[in-house]
Ligand binder design. Structure first.
Ligand SMILES: Cc1cc2nc3c(=O)[nH]c(=O)nc-3n(C[C@H](O)[C@H](O)[C@H](O)COP(=O)(O)OP(=O)(O)OC[C@H]3O[C@@H](n4cnc5c(N)ncnc54)[C@H](O)[C@@H]3O)c2cc1C
Length: 476
């Protein structure tokens, strides 16, 4: 591919999809056997089942089980081409998408565009916290968190300084939404159950786990009753819940937070800190919103029309975590249903000649939300119905197996969960130095690259070996 705009041969309607998460993948699948050409671009090579990331972080599942290769999933769809690249630019008027393929640009011309680039972690303007408290948005994040969690126990085992041991055995999870609750619950089970007899110098049952949130309850979207139940279960597991408290500093030594009611500040020394407090939509949202004269909301989400399109661009759909519409939550179902709706709309118009004016508006069918608190305990909210405890856990299990991609992944997950229910052990606790250090090392490398005006590792290597090419000018 080159920087000359590219479109597939055959002259069919060309749909470009940015992102192969829940929204993008469900859109791509809906195009199966349809008379359109589809190019799906993602910066990773896998479709990530984000709701199970915490199980990778806490050693229940391996990363491969929740992140099958996009190519493999779409292998039997002849009209779909997968491109691994990071989209850096969208030109709405020229109808092009430019993706960085690692030093080379690919420019793709589209007739219709589906933007499903999701959201990243937000530190509410305190990006410096990220160095010490990773968020949980990617496979890399989950593996880094796993390495930090297991690393804390390993270091605690060998230190002879009691204060340092206490710091190492204190874990702080910031944000008491579903991810924070799930992580805190699993961390408690891991320390009190899985690792119980594996260390000689430390008692992992003395681990301290804090779940800190600025709000007045855990699991706010689930309502007061389920929030209370989840909190009680977490407390039974030994998790300390700290509410109405805003984190004011995160550094190497620990976390500082301020109680918003009393004004009291507390510093908790902690080695392993995890951030699950906020999300910010992909910056691509703001990038296209500006071109369309639309203003994004505080989380960077793009307000869309009733048919999920952007402003006057009726061929540009924005779906999932990137879009803002009727206060719909950032959950997988919203993205999946949005992807299917956008694909169906495009198919109707590209193959049947239906006009945009005839479009039925997108309507969301709420199938409910659920969060697992611990083994055998989950909370489920479906419209007015609320379920918790063991029945909730069974519902959680069935639904997640249903939505996982690929038979093998479902089978392995079911097997792992079954085993995890009857045994204390976890089998995915590998932690490497790369997992622990790569994120911050890559960040530093990117800073160096920006300073030097080059942008990929490949090209850095070329430069080192004397080719002296500038990537910004490279084309095939
Ligand atoms: C830890 C965690 C737990 C969650 N638990 C639940 C849950 O229990 N239930 C639930 O319903 N929802 C849950 N969610 C939310 C749910 O995962 C999201 O709402 C959903 O993934 C949104 O789908 P999406 O397609 O909009 O974005 P994503 O699924 O995030 O997909 C975005 C894709 O775009 C790609 N991408 C991003 N930028 C670019 C770029 N510039 N160029 C190319 N590709 C790009 C990414 O690599 C990614 O593959 C959870 C999320 C997280 C992080």
């Amino acid at each position: 591919m080159s920087s000359t705009p590219h479109r597939p041969a055959g002259g069919r309607h060309h749909v470009v999809i940015i992102g192969a998460g829940f929204g993008g993948l469900f859109a791509a699948k809906r195009f199966k056997d349809e008379n359109v050409s589809v190019t799906i671009v993602d910066r990773t090579n896998h479709h990530l089942f984000q709701p199970l990331l915490y199980q990778v972080a806490t050693g229940i599942l391996s990363e491969g089980e929740i992140a099958p290769a996009i190519r493999q999933i779409l292998a039997d769809q002849d009209n779909v081409r997968v491109v691994k690249g990071e989209v850096r630019n969208v030109d709405l008027k020229a109808q092009t998408v430019t993706a960085d393929l690692g030093g080379k640009d690919a420019v793709l011309e589209f007739d219709s565009l589906i933007m499903a680039a999701g959201a990243g972690q937000s530190y509410f303007g305190n990006e410096q916290f990220a160095e010490f408290a990773p968020g949980m948005k990617s496979v890399d994040d989950a593996l880094e968190i796993r390495a930090r969690l297991t690393g804390a126990f390993e270091r605690a085992e060998i230190t002879e300084d009691p204060a340092e041991r206490e710091r190492l055995l204190t874990f702080v999870v910031v944000g008491a939404g579903p991810t924070g609750v799930e992580l805190a619950g699993q961390l408690a089970e891991m320390s009190h159950r899985t690792l119980r007899d594996e260390f000689r110098e430390i008692d992992t049952e003395n681990t301290r786990i804090l779940l800190v949130d600025g709000g007045s309850q855990v699991l706010a979207p689930f309502g007061k009753r389920l929030g209370r139940k989840a909190a009680r279960r977490l407390e039974d597991l030994g998790v300390e819940i700290v509410l109405n408290s805003l984190v004011t500093d995160v550094n190497k030594q620990g976390v500082r937070f301020k109680n918003m009611k009393t004004g009291e500040e507390t510093f908790v020394p902690s080695y392993a800190k995890i951030w699950s407090a906020g999300v910010a939509a992909s910056p691509l949202g703001k990038h296209v919103a500006e071109q369309a004269g639309v203003e994004v909301d505080r989380a960077g989400r793009v307000p869309v029309n009733d048919d999920l399109t952007l402003g006057e661009y009726r061929n540009v759909f924005i779906i999932g975590d990137m879009m803002s519409k009727d206060r719909l939550p950032g959950v997988a179902q919203v993205a999946m249903q949005g992807g299917q709706y956008a694909a169906k709309t495009i198919i109707d118009e590209a193959t049947n000649g239906t006009s945009p004016e005839a479009r039925a508006p997108f309507s969301y069918f709420d199938k409910g939300s659920m969060a697992i608190v611990s083994r055998f305990s989950a909370v489920v909210k479906m419209n007015k119905a609320e379920v918790s405890g063991f029945v909730g856990w069974v519902m959680w299990l069935i639904l997640h197996l249903l939505y996982m991609v690929g038979f093998r992944n479902r089978a392995v997950a079911a097997f792992s969960w079954g085993l995890n229910s009857v045994s204390r052990r976890r089998w995915q606790l590998v932690a490497t130095r790369q997992q622990l250090h790569a994120r911050n090392a890559l960040r530093k490398l990117r800073e160096m690259e920006d300073k030097e005006g080059i942008r990929s590792i490949e090209v850095r290597d070329n430069l080192r070996f004397g080719e002296g090419r500038d990537t910004r000018a490279i084309s095939d």
